[in-house]
Design a protein around this ligand. Structure first.
Ligand code: ATP
Ligand code: MG
Length: 149
């Protein structure tokens, strides 16, 4: 069992659709714990920094325009195999290709407005978590047994 952390962002389309709670339930039902969370409205410059890895892609401009349309719900998820598990819950980048029952299949309409972001490797998870949350604001639940409460 490898306990990992991953960064998740509920994108402006899904925040506007009022499905933050439904998406959080999916994390919880899959055994992922929300150990940091913050709603934020990114500046253009912060969005460009966050997605710098895609800066030479033809879709970069549209991606940035989309990510600054409205507030985002940003969270750190912790749990066994969290990075891959979260990617499975999200579904394929293009919602039309996403498996039924995934977040993108159920809540997204297009490859631009695709509801959710999730880190894709241990390296990007560490960089992306540090981008949004100082360690002091990340509250690991790893040593808290659910039997305690
Ligand atoms: P994210 O990083 O947002 O979790 P992802 O890892 O599934 O998504 P990436 O390849 O990292 O996909 O692309 C980042 C974002 O850029 C995608 O979520 C999507 O909105 C957009 N994007 C990716 N590929 C394309 C494409 N071929 N055409 C248009 N937009 C794209
Ligand atoms: Mg990605």
């Amino acid at each position: 069992m490898t306990i990992e952390r991953t960064l998740s962002i509920i994108k402006p389309d899904a925040v506007a659709k009022n499905v933050i709670g439904q998406i959080y339930s999916r994390f919880e039902n899959a055994g992922l714990k929300i150990i940091a969370a913050n709603m934020a409205y990114l500046s253009r410059s912060d969005a460009e920094k966050f997605y710098v890895i895609h800066k030479n892609q033809p879709f970069f401009k549209d991606l940035i325009e989309f990510m600054i349309l409205g507030p985002l719900m940003i969270q750190v998820l912790e749990g066994d195999d969290a990075i891959a598990k979260n990617r499975r819950l999200m579904g394929a980048t293009d919602p039309k290709k996403a498996e039924t029952g995934t977040i993108r299949a159920d809540f997204a309409v297009s490859i631009d407005a695709n509801a959710i972001h999730g880190s894709d490797s241990q390296e990007t998870a560490a960089t992306e978590i540090a981008f949004f949350f100082p360690e002091i604001n990340v509250y690991s639940q790893r040593n808290v047994s659910s039997g305690t409460f």
